[in-house]
Design a binder for this molecule. Sequence first.
Ligand code: ATP
Ligand code: MG
Length: 586
Amino acid sequence: MSATVTRVTGTLAEARPLRDGALYDLVRVGERGLLGEIIRFTGDTATLQIYEDTTGLAVGAPVAVTGAPLTAALGPGLIGAILDGVGRPLARLADASGDFIAPGATAPTLDPARRWRFTPRVAVGDAVAPGDVLGEIIETPSVTHRVLVPAGVRGAIAAIADGELTVDDPVGRLVDGTPLPLAHRWPIRTPRPVARRLPADRPLVTGQRVFDFLFPIALGGTVAVPGGFGTGKTIVEHALAKYADADVVVFVGCGERGNEMAEVLEQFPRLIDPRTGRPIMERTVLVVNTSNMPVVAREASVYLGVTIAEYYRDMGLTVAVMVDSLSRWAEALRDIGARLQEMPGEEGYPTYMASRLGALYERAGRARAVGAPERTGAITLVCAVSPPGGDFSEPVTQASLRVAGGLWALDAQLARARQFPAVDWATSYSLYAEALLPWLAANAAPAWPSLRTRVVALLQRDAELREIASLLGAEEMQDGDRLVLAIASTTREHLLGQNAFDPNDATSSLAKTARMAALIVAAWDAAAAALEAGAELDALPLPAFRRAFADVRRAGPAELEARAVLADQAIAAITAVTAIGAGGAS
Ligand SMILES: Nc1ncnc2c1ncn2[C@@H]1O[C@H](COP(=O)(O)OP(=O)(O)OP(=O)(O)O)[C@@H](O)[C@H]1O
Ligand SMILES: [Mg+2]
């Protein structure tokens, strides 16, 4: 007797009798073949989570078990793709079924018609083992795809291709007849293995000064970005997707607001990578939850994105994964848990939410890939979190903080003051900061560690002084303290602030960041020396320095040094006052 639907409640259905399927197996439900997963068994009754609109689905509808869990199709053609939460390519889906994607519509993730030029890296007779590189495909001008021996396959090569292949063609075969596929499927909830995990010792350069300089993230690290409504989470995630120094970027849009996904789809295909001058989509995979997919598909989309990231990591590439926002993922869990009538935990989230979140973060990291030749890859994970009312004590923020290596806390008050990125430097932190300093000193600027120490000290003193000023008024302050307030104000506005909408300011090289930090510290020292020598604060040309510094901030790479020299001259002018002031005093 074949299984049929016995009950439908929203996107959950019950089916009976169902014995052959396993937990998390994929099912096709009803005449339209709606995509679903088995999420619980009670005897021969299965509870099905359906990933599509269930309107019209009724008791008695047929249920087909596919016998496999929800998997990701992994092969060339993922880069540049725009996929929905279960891996369907939106463009080809629209070609197949029109602009409105009909429930049950299918289209393979990887284009079966596309031909790829495969160049072998092994020869007939070579012994190969799981993870070994069989050959390469130029997937895009920015990404060289390595085709690897699948898990569990080893032996001697009997045949290997050299030429044009589709994703359904094998690239070769072993002596025992085992075919070597160009593409394969991987269950999205199962982490792909690595040979060895490696410590985080170099940064993922984000192009955002407040992060690179104060709260750097390690390559293979994890960061949570909580922030209340409108504090700039999406802009931060977009900035990293556009400018972070990664070989591959996977952006998972969980659909914060309807028009946000439309913005991504409209913007990203037009963006140019400043590092290579090439379109950003040549290194980007977009996973977006469209509005006609139910909320629960957001849950799967995060795993799909991470699985694709692991696939490119295994090739030896650095991958950055942006999730906007993980709260929507957690809400999907809450939804499913509630419908399953599970005992709810804090604020209605299932009790396993925190451990699932931890397991997800675990899939990030720097690692030596399985197989030869030796390859090192990394997945860096940056997850926005949307705490209701901006209250960081809520469960998703708290669970994120327990596992993330960094916290970029976005603050509503800073956002209101239009200090963007609205990073609250008092509560934000990076557990990687110390470990990354040697790399930054060697690769960005020798003075980087000492500049960072000075700027951190400046900001701390500034916070203390502003507290005092708010109690006593700034008039009563000594010139030395007023100098700290003035330099810190320039630091906050122009060193830590970046305007996402100014092409010259939206991203900052490490060289620019280091040059700007050095200017701030030099100006501070020059002005402090002038006060020391008896000059008055109001007599120092600090406003001229501030203007010159703002121009440095807005400089493109070509103008940077010329403008920095003008700022150097503004500092020299402060020092010149010292000479006059000191001369006048004697
Ligand atoms: N770096 C930036 N430069 C300039 N403006 C910014 C920057 N970051 C944020 N903003 C401003 O703040 C607005 C809100 O940002 P964003 O949409 O990223 O917030 P959000 O936290 O994702 O909001 P939501 O809670 O609605 O998802 C932007 O539309 C923009 O006007
Ligand atoms: Mg947002």
